[in-house]
Design a protein around this ligand. Structure first.
Ligand code: AHR
Length: 325
């Protein structure tokens, strides 16, 4: 009997010691640090910017960093985002991160998240909501400032010369569209020599950007500048111009937003004239917010990220390669 007890004791000791030295074994014995579960409702995959943003979130919320990320791609549809948030609530995630398609229409579902006690962090675009306590905090871009920055370049570039503008808008109702359109409208209001010859939404996609500029060219409209509310629509516009035998950057200038690496190369080649940065690398920023919340701290309610703008003078290949997107 004594021998049997000793054998049992030694066996138990072995299991204990191996669990101490081996995290997997520790996990099996319920000693692993609990993973933080984050449900991320992403707008879609409509642009290079969006893809860089998704990669940034996936890298920040990796298992190695102690997170389980549940990513939902809403294909630019708000209804899908609302369904995704409800699913996150049912799954009992620890945090919900929302990159909203449009600004309005979030009250009900965010009330449901609050009732479930799940903090909601809004990223990239803003939401318009009666009770701002329904989300914990927001981090993203100042889209109106971006629009103003583009207009300042147009003022410097064209001074008082007449300017016929084709305006490609992003998806209507998103902060990125609202702010960048407001910036242009403010410019149009103080420049009677500027003329808006065409305006329509290309939903931030390359295919629609191309479609719209092809339609403008087929209608025989004359213009001097394309104000494209993101890079992918600018790529589509460039394809349309080239197909028509025109040289982008020659008589027809292109101003764009995002400053993705492909677009910055197009500045070097002269096809895009000016690009206002919209920074997609929000993963580490959102993770820092969650870490603050985990420590019981209160992160700032609103944080605007620093952004810049590029023309040919400011750019080098080395600078493009040093950026993360
Ligand atoms: O909200 C950011 C905008 O959304 C980017 O400018 C655009 O490319 C993206 O789809």
């Amino acid at each position: 009997m004594k021998k049997y007890c000793l054998a049992l004791f030694l066996a138990a000791l072995c299991v204990f010691l191996s669990a101490c030295g081996n995290p997997d074994a520790a996990a099996n014995h319920g000693e692993e640090k609990k993973m933080i579960v984050v449900g991320f409702s992403q707008v879609g995959a409509e642009s290079d910017w969006r893809k860089a943003n998704t990669l940034s979130m996936q890298a920040a919320f990796s298992p190695e960093n102690g997170y389980r990320l549940i990513l939902d791609d809403a294909q630019q549809k708000q209804e899908r985002q609302i369904t995704a948030i409800r699913n996150f609530i049912n799954q009992g995630v620890d945090y919900i991160v929302l990159a909203p398609t449009t600004e309005r229409g979030w009250d009900t579902v965010l009330l449901e998240a609050r009732a479930a006690g799940i903090p909601v962090i809004i990223v990239d675009r803003m939401i318009e909501i009666a009770d701002t306590n329904l989300f914990t905090c927001w981090i993203g871009s100042d889209f109106r400032k971006e629009g103003d920055e583009a207009v300042r370049w147009m003022e410097r570039q064209f001074e008082k010369a007449p300017l016929r503008i084709v305006h490609l808008q992003g998806n209507i109702g998103s902060s990125a569209q609202i702010g960048r359109t407001e910036g242009l409208d403010a410019g149009l209001a103080v420049h009677p020599e500027w003329q808006l010859v065409f305006r329509a939404s290309g939903d931030f996609t390359q295919a629609k950007g191309q479609e719209l500029v092809e339609a403008v060219l087929n209608e025989g409209m004359a213009f001097d500048l394309i104000y494209s509310e993101n890079d992918n629509m600018a790529y589509g516009a460039i394809d349309a111009l080239k197909k028509a035998g025109l040289q982008p950057g020659g008589d027809m200038k292109i101003v764009s937003f995002d400053a993705s690496s492909t677009a910055l190369h197009m500045i070097l080649s002269g096809e895009i004239s000016y690009d206002v940065e919209c920074n997609p690398l929000h993963g580490p920023r959102v993770r820092a917010i969650i870490e603050q919340l985990e420590r019981g701290e209160t992160p700032p309610k609103f944080t605007y990220v620093e952004e810049t703008a590029f023309d040919r003078e400011k750019l080098t290949e080395a600078l493009i390669n040093s950026r993360g997107y």
